[in-house]
Design a protein around this ligand. Structure first.
Ligand SMILES: [Zn+2]
Length: 188
């Protein structure tokens, strides 16, 4: 993980507490106004490592390997898709230019961009449910979304991914994620 850009905000109202949160590719650290520069340095370093630890804890176990990814898909299919989506293959692939993931329903295969390895587990889960649902419904029609919305954090995850895409100055989404065996996009 590269060092994030840090913005320190001091508040007169804040007396005891220090907090930090991520805003796009920046980390905002909130400090009491009266804190010295030396204390500030120590607290910023401390808050960055705490933030990183908590983000690491929230990542998906599926990030470890293709096998772990397959296992996660099995669990999600069971929980949200009545176990009906049974992929023949799911694997991590090098970052794609415009997509977070893609699926070839006729072959039952799903590819997930390594860009998603470090997102919170609930965001990766949304992408997996989305791709698994394409094994049942290839397009992005109402019947497709009816399946996907069974995953309760769908809207939040879509928002998270939009933010991530904007922060990276990329135009990533899942709009053209369904492929035919020839590799042409079969829907939008
Ligand atoms: Zn899709």
């Amino acid at each position: 993980m590269t060092e994030p850009q840090v913005e320190v905000r001091r508040s007169k109202r804040r007396r005891q507490t220090v907090s930090a949160y991520r805003d796009g590719d920046k980390v905002i650290v909130l400090l009491p106004d009266r804190m010295s520069r030396t204390e500030e340095k120590r607290w910023v370093a401390d808050m960055l490592s705490r933030l990183q630890r908590s983000e690491t804890r929230r990542r998906s176990p599926a990030r470890e390997s293709d096998e772990a990814l397959v296992e996660r898909c099995r669990q999600l299919s069971e929980k949200y898709l009545d176990g009906r989506a049974v992929p023949h293959g799911v694997r991590w692939v090098r970052p794609m230019r415009t997509r977070w993931a893609s699926c070839t329903p006729s072959e039952g295969t799903i590819r997930v961009s390594r860009r998603l390895r470090d997102v919170p587990g609930w965001v990766l889960d949304y992408v997996l449910v989305h791709e698994l649902a394409h094994l049942l419904v290839p397009g992005h029609g109402a019947d497709f979304w009816a399946w996907v919305r069974g995953y309760p954090k769908t809207e939040r995850a879509i928002g998270y991914l939009e933010g991530l895409s904007a922060a990276a100055h990329l135009e990533l989404d899942l709009d053209g994620d369904v492929e035919t065996p020839l590799g042409s996009k079969s829907d939008t």
